[in-house]
Design a protein. Structure first.
Lengths: 360, 361
């Protein structure tokens, strides 16, 4: 079974919300839509669900054309950022409602409701009304209802965004397990790269109405096809630096020259953008080939075990994530180091040229 | 700018509280230093907003006093407390320009235009809003609006304190980085007393000099980010700080050893725990290491699941029938056939009835 979007687009008030997109989602998979607010995540979900009709393209469900088929005629469950439950029904009845609609026998309903409640830690709350619950509990109730529905397609639109951080962490750990047990296609929208990584599965990076890349989550994270995907899929933000390769040198915009070593030595003589994740920018050199930059400290944030050192290098804003506590004075100039093996290189069209080799 | 003394303060939403369980904020007595940044951290319903509202004057406490620089403000309304507030959702006037929005709190207090121009200019500079000053607030994106909200909170000089109530919750991750960093920079420059309420540990830890962790109406620890990470004084702090939080294992203590089922774990010192108290060993996932071979005193473990989350991996393991998380850095190998683990002994904490115990050396 699969859901196929073929050149699907959406235009609202003459503004393109979704540029023509091709996407194939297989049954039993978890698919993350990752992108900032207004990248098109919700628009895409509404098209998948049949809540909106595409302006072009076709949507196929198991080889059948379902373009324009309304949501009521398809077996779809949705969970939104805002908790939606029936306020007059108990938690039990809320979860049971889609099963009752299908005429499932009473004892089977009870079995399924209790299973879902157990999974989402709602068992002690089954008799309560939604408004007597905390936000997190209400959202878990909505999730449980979506799960028991045994829908073919489950759409989750930033379902954890309104929950407490710690509860989010726990649900993120649980959800992939819940998803793999169900045979449905799950689509999960989020603005947070960390959430995509914790959920695993596949990720589609979205930016301004386009899917810039779709693939296994870690593959997209490790091999972003272009700078936009790299930006979308990094938290803390990826650091960037422009340079021109010239002979054995890297020529920087500020006239500094660095020796081109490691994979950088093989680049053609032209201009590039280097991208590197904050944990790869270090306060101590790790090898004799490390590139060294004199940078200015803006501010240091300490998490208790690590330090986020915010830096300025000319016009560039960088972050170095260092293990341990580093009290550095704002305004001071320090050297930072970058192992050339750990650099992403993009060409002037912002397409990936080199990705770092995988860690062991 | 003010030192804030929360004197024998407690609050109950019940008109006639019958016991401690009826208090949303259990009694506290703290002095918060002038010019420092504090974060109130905890889950929904822990009492952090109650405490913030008592400080801002939105709530009159059931007992105790709030003192600003020694002056009792308990009976003063919010507007007489000289505080600035920033809320979760941006509060901006859509029809006004960014400049007029920032100037509003100053004009309201009758400052002259020259002072206002200077002050708004400074704040806009710090928040990187200089280029936007002439624009109407209406067409701006949510994060730009929240920047204006922050700016309005920061623009007044000589406020006793600036209170932030989940100010970055609605902001996208990338911009959160930027705003958090700017806020921290600002605090270092203007060193006002700041109080920041959040459920997000990263925001609390990165922003604050001192983090006030609340749980179930109690303040369970006030400490630096480092202290909360290394020496959580309560099991809740261990759990709440860190992703995943601290591992807690039920043990029996025998001098310098802890017994976990059949296993013996060497401790950093000698502990004496009176009988009948719930005793737990706490060790953070960062301080557990896995190996294929027994390294001498290694403990046998079985790996359930390895989650690669890019920068590092979270290993879900089982030790003597108990779930245990291990964080493995990106450059360290790990596989399902790692059957042993070791704790970094110096990082072990022992808890009795949820409270940290001191070792006797």
């Amino acid at each position: 079974m699969s859901l196929v979007l073929e050149q699907v687009s959406k235009i609202v008030d003459r503004k393109v919300h979704i540029h023509p997109v091709d996407l194939t989602l297989e049954t039993g998979t978890l698919n993350v839509l990752l992108g900032p607010t207004q990248a098109g995540k919700t628009s895409l979900m509404r098209l998948m669900a049949g809540l909106d009709r595409p302006d072009s393209g076709r949507i196929w469900w198991n080889g059948q054309d379902v373009t324009g088929k309304p949501v009521q005629q398809r077996n779809i469950a949705m969970v939104y950022q805002q908790f939606i439950n029936y306020p007059s029904l108990s938690v039990y009845d809320n979860i049971a409602s889609p099963l009752r609609l299908r005429g499932i026998p009473r004892n089977e309903i009870s079995k399924q409701v209790h299973k879902a409640a157990e999974l989402l830690k709602l068992t002690p709350l089954l008799k309560r009304k939604p408004l007597e619950l905390s936000g997190g509990q209400q959202q878990r109730c909505a999730l449980a209802r979506a799960l028991v529905k045994e829908a073919d397609l489950v759409l989750l639109d930033e379902p954890l965004a309104n929950l407490d951080y710690k509860l989010r962490e726990e649900l993120r750990e649980e959800l992939p397990r819940i998803f793999t047990e169900s045979g449905a296609i799950f689509v999960y929208a989020t603005t947070e790269p960390t959430e995509a990584l914790l959920l695993g599965g596949h990720t589609a990076a979205l930016w301004e109405g386009r899917i810039t890349q779709f693939g296994p989550t870690l593959a997209v994270y490790r091999h972003p096809r272009d700078m936009t995907t790299a930006r979308v899929f990094s938290d803390p933000p990826m650091n960037f630096l422009s340079f021109t390769k010239s002979g054995h040198q890297l020529q920087l915009d500020n006239a500094q020259q660095l020796a081109a070593s490691g994979p950088l030595a093989d680049l053609a003589n032209r201009s590039f953008h280097a991208g590197f994740r904050p944990d790869r920018l270090t306060l101590q050199p790790l090898s004799e080939h490390d590139l060294c930059f004199q940078v200015q400290v803006t501010v240091v944030e300490i998490t208790g075990s690590e330090s986020f050192v915010h830096l300025r290098y000319g016009e560039e804003r960088w972050v170095a994530l260092a293990a341990g506590i580093h009290e550095l004075r704002p305004g001071s100039t320090i050297p930072v180091y970058l192992n050339p093996e750990q650099v992403y290189v993009f060409d002037t069209e912002q397409q990936l040229v080199i990705a770092p080799a995988l860690a062991a | 700018m003010a030192e804030i003394h929360l004197k024998q303060l407690a609050h109950s939403y019940h008109p006639h509280p019958s016991g401690v369980q009826d208090y949303a904020l259990k009694e506290i007595d703290h002095v918060w230093e002038d010019g420092k940044a504090y974060a109130l951290l905890g889950a929904s319903g822990c009492g952090k907003s109650t405490l913030l509202n008592v400080i801002s004057g939105l709530l009159h406490p059931s007992q105790g006093q709030v003192l600003f620089n020694g002056e009792d403000v308990t009976n003063l309304p919010t507007e007489k407390r000289h505080i600035a507030q920033v809320f979760q959702f941006p509060v901006v006037y859509d029809t006004m320009s960014v400049y007029d929005n920032l100037a509003f709190p100053l004009r309201n207090r009758g400052r002259d235009e020259a002072t206002i121009r200077q002050r708004v200019g400074d704040i806009a500079e710090m928040l990187e809003l200089t280029g936007e000053l002439k624009k109407k607030a209406r067409g701006l994106a949510a994060d730009a609006k929240q920047k204006i909200s922050l700016g309005r909170g920061l623009v007044r000089q000589n406020v006793a304190a600036i209170l932030f109530d989940e100010p970055l919750t609605v902001i996208d991750p990338h911009l959160k980085w930027l705003l958090r960093m700017q806020l921290k920079s600002l605090h270092q420059r203007i060193s006002n007393t700041m109080i920041y309420v959040t459920h997000d540990q990263t925001e609390a830890l990165t922003f604050a000099d001192q983090v006030v962790v609340m749980h179930d109406g109690y303040v369970v620890q006030i400490g630096t980010p480092q202290a909360l990470f290394e020496r959580p004084s309560h099991t809740f702090v261990g759990y709440f700080i860190g992703s995943p939080g601290m591992n807690l294992l039920p043990v029996q203590i025998e001098g310098t050893q802890a017994r976990l089922g059949e296993l013996k774990i060497e401790l950093p010192g000698r502990y004496t725990i009176p009988a009948g108290r719930k005793t737990e060993l706490g060790i953070r996932p960062e301080f557990v290491s896995l190996s294929r071979e027994n390294r001498g005193h290694s403990l046998p473990v079985s790996i359930q699941h390895i989650e690669d989350i890019g920068r590092h991996r979270i290993v879900r393991a089982e030790l003597a029938g108990h779930a245990l998380n291990v964080i493995v850095p990106g450059d360290v190998a790990v596989s399902d056939d790692c059957r042993y683990l070791d704790f970094d002994r110096s990082r072990i904490n022992i808890y009795a009835d949820d409270w940290l115990q001191e070792a006797r050396t």
